[in-house]
Design a protein around this ligand. Structure first.
Ligand code: UDX
Ligand code: UDX
Length: 429
C-alpha cells in the first residue's frame, strides 16, 4: 500500500522467468500489477492464466491474480505506465561478444517509458545489469522527477515462486531514501532481511553472489575430477567440508558442469566489468575455463566407456535442461556435452521429461527406455527424479552395451551391478 492507503500500482516490463514471477507474486502480496509483454504468443498465454514456460506454482498465481483483478497483461507499455507508482524492468540483458552485458533492450524500454511516467514514479532495475547501469538509466530517462532503484532478483529456476516468497534477502539500491523505502515496501509482506544500500553496491551484490556460487561449483567439480581420476569419494569429501560452518553444505553437489541463464552470463559479465576497471579477473576466467574443461571431461568419460573412439557409437543422453524442475535449456551443460559427443561421431539419442526438442545432430526419444535402445552407453546429465527410479533391468535389456554414466549422483552401484550394468559415478574413483 502507498501513503494514501490505496494499493501500489506496479508495472512489470518483460514477463519472462524473472518478470512474471515478480508480477504474480507482487499481485499475490496485494499490489495491483500490470505485466507488459511484447511477444504476442507469450501475451496470449498469460491472458489465459498460463505461464509461457514451466515454473512450479506460477500458473496458479497468474490465474488467481487475474481472477482477483490484481494482475493483468498488456503489450502497451506507454499506456500501462501513465499512473504507475513503480515500474520494474525485467527484460533480457544478453552477453555481447566480450562477455559484457548488452543493455540495448533496457535502454529502449527506459527511453520508451520516459515520456509517459507520472511525476514521483520509481523505475526499478530487476534485470541483471553491470555496475553503474542505474546511473546510465537516470541519463536515458532524463527525468529529474523520477527515481531509479536497483533491486536485483535471486530467483532459482524451478523454485522461483518459493525463492520470491521466502527470500534470503531483499536488496534495494537507491540514491534517494524515499524511493528506496517505496521499493522495500513492495516486499513488506515477506519475512526477509532488507538491505538498503547505494545503487552500485546493490548491482554488485547480485553479480558477486552469482559469480561466487559459480566459482564454488568450479572448485567442487575440480574436487570431483580429482577423486574420479585419483580415487576417493568427492561426496564424502564435500560433505566433510560442508560441516564446517564457515563453508556450509549448500551448493556442494558435483555435476557435469554448471550452466543456466545466469551463472555463465553473469560470470562473463563481471569479468568484463573487472577488466574494464583494470582489476584482476584471473579467478573468474579460471572458473569459466574450469567449467568448459569439466564439460569436455564428461565427453572423455563417455569415450573411455566405449573403449576408445566414440565414432559410430550409440549414446543415450538423459536430461537436457540445465537442472531439474525447469524447461530452461539456456547454457545447459547437457547441450554442450551432446554437442561434444556428436562432434566425436557418436550417434546421440536424447530424452528429457520437460522438453521435446533434441540437440543439433541428435535424435529425440519419448522416454528414457526408448533413448537407451541399442545404446552402448547411457549418460544421466540432469537430476530429474524419474532417473532415480529407472527400471534398470529393462534398461539393461534395451541397451547394446552395459555402461551407465551418472553425472548427478542419482544411481546406486549395487542395483546397477545386479542388473548387469557398469556404473560410472560422479566424484568417485
Ligand atoms: C532476463 C535476463 O536473462 C536477465 O539477465 C535479466 O536479469 C532479466 O531478464 P529472464 O526473465 O529469465 O531474465 O528472461 P526471459 O525469460 O527471456 O524474459 C524476458 C521477457 O521480456 C520475455 O518474455 C520477452 O518477450 C520480454 N521482452 C523482451 C519484452 O517484453 N520487451 C522487450 O523489449 C524485450
Ligand atoms: C542462479 C542463482 O542461484 C540465482 O540466485 C540467480 O538469481 C539465477 O541464477 P539458477 O540458474 O536458476 O539460479 O540455478 P541454480 O540452482 O543456481 O543452478 C545453476 C547451475 O549450477 C545448474 O547447472 C546446477 O545444476 C548447478 N549446480 C547447482 C550444481 O552443479 N551443484 C550444486 O550444488 C548447485
Amino acid at each position: 500500500m502507498n501513503n494514501e492507503n490505496k494499493p501500489t500500482k506496479v508495472v512489470v516490463v518483460g514477463c519472462g522467468y524473472v518478470g512474471l514471477t515478480a508480477a504474480a507474486c507482487l499481485a499475490d502480496l496485494g499490489h495491483v500489477v500490470v505485466g507488459v509483454e511484447n511477444n504476442a504468443d507469450r501475451l496470449a498465454s498469460l491472458r489465459q492464466g498460463k505461464a509461457p514456460f514451466f515454473e512450479p506454482d506460477l500458473d496458479a498465481l497468474v490465474a488467481s491474480g487475474q481472477t482477483g483483478n490484481r494482475l493483468s497483461f498488456t503489450e502497451d507499455l506507454t499506456a500501462a505506465v501513465v499512473d504507475a507508482d513503480v515500474v520494474l524492468v525485467s527484460v533480457p540483458t544478453p552477453s555481447l561478444g566480450d562477455g559484457a552485458a548488452d543493455l540495448t533492450i533496457v535502454e529502449s524500454v527506459v527511453s520508451a517509458l520516459s515520456k509517459s511516467l507520472p511525476s514521483g514514479a520509481v523505475v526499478v532495475l530487476k534485470s541483471t545489469v553491470p555496475i553503474g547501469t542505474s546511473t546510465q538509466v537516470v541519463g536515458w530517462l532524463g527525468r529529474s522527477d523520477v527515481e531509479v532503484v536497483a533491486n536485483p532478483e535471486f530467483l532459482q529456476a524451478g523454485q522461483a515462486v518459493k525463492a520470491f516468497q521466502h527470500p534470503d534477502r531483499v536488496v534495494v539500491g537507491a540514491s534517494n531514501k524515499e524511493a528506496g523505502h517505496k521499493v522495500a515496501a513492495l516486499y513488506a509482506g515477506l519475512n526477509a532481511p532488507v538491505i538498503i544500500t547505494d545503487q552500485r553496491s546493490a548491482e554488485l551484490i547480485k553479480y558477486a553472489s552469482n559469480t561466487y556460487l559459480a566459482l564454488r561449483l568450479s572448485f567442487v567439480n575440480t574436487v570431483a575430477t580429482l577423486c574420479e581420476q585419483g580415487g576417493g569419494d568427492a561426496t564424502t569429501v564435500l560433505a566433510g567440508m560442508g560441516l564446517d560452518h564457515r563453508i556450509g553444505s549448500a551448493f556442494l553437489q558435483p555435476g557435469p558442469g554448471w550452466g543456466g541463464s545466469c551463472f555463465p552470463k553473469d560470470t562473463r559479465a563481471l569479468a568484463a566489468v573487472i577488466r574494464n576497471a583494470e582489476a584482476d579477473d584471473t579467478m573468474l576466467e579460471a572458473a569459466l575455463a574450469a567449467n568448459q574443461k569439466r564439460l569436455r571431461q564428461m565427453v572423455k568419460v563417455a569415450t573411455r566407456a566405449v573403449g576408445g573412439s566414440l565414432h559410430g557409437k550409440k549414446i543415450a543422453v538423459l536430461g537436457l535442461t540445465f537442472k531439474a524442475g525447469t524447461d530452461d535449456l539456456r547454457d545447459s551443460p547437457s547441450l554442450a556435452i551432446a554437442k561434444g559427443l556428436v562432434a566425436a561421431g557418436a550417434k546421440v539419442t536424447s530424452y528429457d521429461p520437460m522438453v521435446s526438442v533434441s540437440p543439433e545432430g541428435a535424435r529425440h526419444a519419448g522416454s528414457a527406455l526408448e533413448a537407451a535402445k541399442e545404446a552402448e552407453v547411457v549418460m544421466v546429465l540432469t537430476e530429474w527424479p524419474e532417473f532415480t527410479e529407472l527400471d534398470l533391468s529393462s534398461l539393461a535389456e534395451a541397451m547394446a552395451g552395459n555402461q551407465i554414466i551418472d553425472t548427478r549422483g542419482l544411481l546406486n552401484k549395487e542395483s546397477c551391478q545386479a542388473a548387469g550394468l557398469v556404473l560410472w559415478q560422479v566424484g568417485k574413483g
